[in-house]
Design a protein around this ligand. Structure first.
Ligand code: C5P
Length: 207
């Protein structure tokens, strides 16, 4: 069984994906980490993010093991940088085979990102599109960053989220949008537990 979860930054799709995967004993892939890792390698090598060829090369040779354990990937700067390199079609193509094959050995898989239900796994059994108001997403990200001891200012985070939404939704390659057969879940007024319960109902109805 394949569960595809898409949605904008800080919508709660990562937390939800993780919980659904744990509940069902499925493999889980946060695909944003792949783009974040590409951005990170470029930054570590002092290569400008604007260098499409270098970004593609990095994506083709990306070491996809242990991304989950790399806390540096989760910072705000890396999210912003990921949003730049993820707009390059050759970078997306380079990461496609890994994403498509993910979870083949498991009884099921949960993948979350921006284009899972539309491009990576259009054949997914369940497609969820998770949204929340930008102000609420900024509040969550703010709390999360402070919790990890990072410097964070709410207004700047809100600005970053709006800019990232704008870029992710209006790019020509794989723009963020709900698949025609996705169920939209607005988590603005739901805490993680309530969002999980709602998602469970949707998944169970399709099982
Ligand atoms: O979800 P996360 O914030 O980690 O994603 C970082 C960036 O990577 C997003 O803003 C988006 O531009 C890009 N991304 C993407 N496709 C995915 C996952 C992430 O383009 N499947």
């Amino acid at each position: 069984m394949i569960i595809a979860i898409d949605g904008p930054a800080a919508s709660g799709k990562g937390t939800l994906g993780k919980r659904l995967a744990e509940h069902y004993g499925f493999a889980h892939l946060d695909t944003g980490l792949l783009y974040r890792a590409v951005a990170r390698v470029l930054m570590d090598r002092n290569i400008p993010l604007a260098d499409r060829e270098a970004a593609t090369e990095v994506a083709l040779n990306l070491d996809v093991s242990h991304l989950e354990d790399d806390s540096r990937l989760r910072g705000a700067a890396m999210g912003e940088a990921a949003s730049v390199v993820s707009a390059y079609q050759p970078v997306r193509n380079a990461l496609l085979a890994f994403q498509r094959g993910f979870g083949a050995q498991a009884s099921g898989a949960v993948l979350d990102g921006r284009d899972i239900g539309t491009v990576v796994r259009p054949d997914a059994d369940v497609k969820l599109f998770i949204t929340a108001a930008p102000e609420e997403r900024a509040r969550r990200r703010h709390r999360e960053l402070l919790g990890r001891g990072e410097q964070a200012e709410y207004e700047r985070i809100l600005e970053d989220i709006r800019r990232r939404d704008e870029r992710d939704m209006n790019r020509s390659t794989a723009p963020l949008k709900a698949a025609a057969d996705a169920v939209t879940l607005d988590t603005t007024h739901l805490d993680p537990d309530a969002a999980f319960q709602e998602a469970l109902k949707i998944v169970e109805a399709k099982r």
